[in-house]
Design a protein around this ligand. Structure first.
Ligand SMILES: [Mg+2]
Length: 220
């Protein structure tokens, strides 16, 4: 791969099949009698944010405030998600072994969870940009100073990655990186979820990571 090309890869519903926050909530709400209602609400908020109907930052705080997170929930979620990596990412692991220096994760998810998962794909911690937690007496809260907790967070990070950036993701916040000129192309990744409202905004729609590799190898 041309070493001027950078792949900016989303995590939730792209690198992994699921939305991290929903799995965290599933563990954190264990034994709560209104668990189903809260999970449904969290899903609804995620979908609205990923379609661009509500601001990302509002969605993030609204969802985090619905659950009481502890550090054990982080460990449980890492173990669970290790087994829910997107199929075509696993099939194309070799690509990451060869090109990991050009691969960046920019996610509205959480560093503590993403770093150990993408490590198996040779992506180093300093190429992972995501939210982070503050630990206080075994209770977790979000670091509000992290740019990725804010609206437009992905743009703030992508702006500082020099080169020919290609952003790959399933959601509106991924498209926004291209919209704001911080990536040359937006590849909508639909293997896990196809958000139809984004189809017309995508330079390419990929149902498999192999399509991304072919796109790059064919000179873009
Ligand atoms: Mg996503």
């Amino acid at each position: 791969m041309d070493n001027k090309i950078n792949l900016i890869i989303d995590f939730d519903s792209t690198f992994i099949k699921l939305e991290t926050i929903e799995i965290l909530a599933d563990f954190a709400l264990e034994n709560k009698k209104n668990k189903k209602n809260i999970l449904d609400l969290i899903k609804k908020i995620t979908n609205k944010a990923m379609k661009g109907e509500i601001p990302f930052s509002d969605a993030l705080y609204e969802r985090i405030n619905l659950i009481n997170l502890k550090s054990k929930h982080i460990d449980l979620t890492i173990n669970y998600l290790m087994n829910h990596i997107t199929n075509s990412f696993i099939k194309n692991k070799k690509f990451f072994e060869l090109n990991h220096k050009n691969c960046f994760i920019i996610s509205g998810g959480f560093k503590e969870i993403i770093i150990p998962i993408v490590k198996n794909f040779n992506i180093s911690p300093n190429q992972v940009y995501a939210n982070s937690f503050i630990y206080k007496k075994n209770k977790l809260s979000l670091d509000k100073n992290n740019p990725l907790s804010k609206n437009n967070g992905k743009n703030i990070i992508a702006k500082n990655i020099p080169g020919y950036n290609i952003v790959i993701g399933d959601g509106f916040t991924d498209y926004e990186v291209k919209k704001n000129g911080n990536a040359k192309k937006f590849i909508q990744f639909t293997e896990n979820i196809d958000r139809k409202t984004l189809n017309a905004k995508a330079d390419l729609i990929c149902t498999d990571f192999k399509n991304v590799i072919d796109f790059i190898n064919n000179g873009i």
